[in-house]
Design a protein around this ligand. Structure first.
Ligand code: NZQ
Ligand code: ZN
Length: 382
C-alpha cells in the first residue's frame, strides 16, 4: 500500500541521557515541565531534568493523571499562557507524554475550551514545540503523533493525532524503569505486544519488511517481558524500552492494513470502569481474534509458525493455537483475559454507546466491526 513515513523525533537512548536535555531544549526557551502524580520526584528523574535545564525559564505543572484528563490540561494551558511558555517538556509515562503533546496543541490555539474544535480539526492547529523524557515504556507516545485524552465532563476517552505534535526529541534512559511497579512493567509489555499485533494480524499484503520486523519485536517482547517483570535487570529494561518504542513509532504500520478495534473497545472500558489501559486490551484481544479468525487466518497462521514455532499444515489449527499461546502469555504477565476477571458490573450497552459517541462504529482493518459485532465480541470476552 502507498504510504508516507517521516519520524523526525531525535532519540537519545541509554543511561545518563537525561543530561542531553541541555543540548536539545533551546537555551532561550520558556519551558513548561509537565509531570504526573509525583513518581519523578521520588526516583531522581526530576532532579536530573532540573539540573539539565539549568537556568532556563521554567514553570512546572504536576498532577497529570494516568489516562490524562482534558479538564486538568485546561488548567495547565492557563498556566502556560500566563507564563508565556514556548516549549512543553513531558516527563513521565505515556499519559504524561500524551498530555504534553496535547497541551502543545492547546497552546497553539487561543481557546479556553478547545475540545470541540480539536475533535473536529486537531491536525490543522500548529502546536508549540514539545519534547519527551520517557519513564515507562509501553505506548510509543514518545515518538508518535497520538494523544489519547479523556474528558471527565463528556465521559469520553478518544485518540487525537497530529504529525506536527510528535515530540522533537525523546529521551529514553532504561534506568528510570527501576522504580516501576511490577504491575506497570506487565502493562508495558502487553500494551506493546498488542500494538504490534493490531498492525500485524490483519490482511496479508506485500510487506515482508514490516512483517519480519513485527515478528522480531514480538519475539523480543515474549522472551524479555517475563525476564523484565521477574528480575527488572538492566538488559531487560533496555530491550523492552526499545521494543516498545519501535512497536508504535509508525514503522511497522506503514503500508499495511491496521486493526485497532481492541484499542478502541479498551479505551471505552477505561473511560467507564477506570481499568488500566493495557489490562483492557488483554480482556478483549483473545476473544476478538477468535471472533475474526476466518478473516485473520492467514496472518494468524504466519504468526503462529514464525513467532510461536507451532508446527502443522492446517492454517486454522495453527491460528487457534497461536491465539491460545497469546492468551496464555497475557495471563502469565498477570493480566486478565476475560472482562469478569476485572469488572463486576459490566454493561455492554454502555461500551457501545461510548464507541458511538466517539464515532468508532466501523472498526477493524475491513471497517466491518460495528456495534453488533462489538456486542458479540464482548459476549465472547465476558
Ligand atoms: O503519574 P506518575 O506519578 O508519574 O506515576 C505513573 C502512573 O501512576 C507511574 N510511573 C510512570 N513512570 C514511572 C512510574 N512509577 C514509578 N517509576 C517510574 N519510572 O505509572 C503509572 C501509569 O503511568 P501511565 O503514563 O498512565 O502509563 P502508560 O505509559 O501505560 O500510559 C497509558 C496511557 O497512554 C495511552 C493510554 O490510553 C493511557 O491513557 N496510550 C497512548 C498511546 C499513544 N500515544 O500512541 C497508545 C496506547 O495504545 C495508549 O492508548
Ligand atoms: Zn495501547
Amino acid at each position: 500500500m502507498r504510504f508516507d513515513f517521516c519520524n523526525p523525533t531525535d532519540i537519545r537512548f541509554g543511561q545518563g541521557q537525561i543530561a542531553a536535555l541541555d543540548g536539545l531544549v533551546p537555551k532561550n526557551a520558556k519551558v513548561l515541565l509537565l509531570y504526573g502524580g509525583g513518581s519523578i520526584k521520588s526516583n531522581g528523574v526530576y532532579e536530573q531534568v532540573a539540573a539539565a535545564l539549568g537556568t532556563r525559564a521554567r514553570v512546572d505543572f504536576g498532577g497529570v493523571e494516568p489516562n490524562p484528563v482534558f479538564e486538568t490540561l485546561c488548567k495547565a494551558a492557563t498556566l502556560g499562557r500566563s507564563a508565556r511558555v514556548d516549549f512543553v517538556l513531558g516527563v513521565g509515562g505515556g499519559s504524561v507524554i500524551d498530555a504534553s503533546k496535547f497541551l502543545a496543541v492547546m497552546l497553539g490555539t487561543d481557546l479556553h475550551d478547545p475540545w470541540d474544535s480539536l475533535v473536529a480539526n486537531y491536525e490543522s492547529v500548529k502546536p508549540i514545540p514539545n519534547g519527551a523524557v520517557l519513564t515507562l515504556p509501553a505506548t510509543g507516545s514518545e515518538s508518535n503523533p497520538v494523544s489519547v485524552i479523556s474528558s471527565d465532563t463528556r465521559h469520553l476517552k478518544i485518540p487525537f493525532a497530529s504529525q506536527a505534535a510528535r515530540p522533537a526529541f525523546a529521551i529514553m534512559d532504561p534506568t528510570t524503569m527501576q522504580s516501576l511497579s511490577r504491575r506497570q512493567l506487565e502493562n508495558g509489555v502487553v500494551d506493546s505486544l498488542t500494538h504490534v499485533l493490531e498492525q500485524y494480524l490483519t490482511l496479508p499484503v506485500n510487506a515482508p519488511v514490516q512483517y519480519g520486523f513485527s515478528e522480531t519485536l514480538l519475539e523480543v517482547l515474549i522472551e524479555w517481558g517475563p525476564v523484565l517483570v521477574e528480575t527488572t535487570g538492566l538488559d531487560a529494561c533496555e530491550n523492552i524500552m526499545w521494543a516498545a518504542n519501535q512497536a508504535l513509532n509508525g514503522l511497522i504500520g506503514a503500508g499495511v492494513p491496521q486493526d485497532w478495534s481492541t484499542h478502541m473497545i479498551g479505551h471505552a472500558i477505561t473511560a467507564l470502569y477506570g481499568i488500566d489501559h493495557a489490562r483492557t486490551l488483554t480482556m478483549i484481544m483473545p476473544s476478538l481474534l477468535r471472533y475474526k479468525l476466518d478473516a485473520k487466518k492467514k496472518m494468524l497462521a504466519r504468526y503462529g509458525r514464525r513467532v510461536w514455532k507451532i508446527a502443522g499444515d492446517d492454517d486454522r489449527t495453527v491460528a487457534e493455537e497461536a491465539i491460545a499461546r497469546t492468551e496464555a502469555f497475557m495471563a502469565r504477565m498477570g493480566c486478565p483475559v476475560r472482562i469478569s476477571e476485572a469488572v463486576s458490573n459490566f454493561n455492554a450497552a454502555d461500551i457501545i454507546r461510548h464507541l458511538q459517541s466517539a464515532r468508532q462504529t466501523k472498526l477493524g482493518e475491513a471497517s466491518d466491526i460495528g456495534p453488533d459485532q462489538v456486542r458479540d465480541v464482548l459476549a465472547l470476552a465476558a
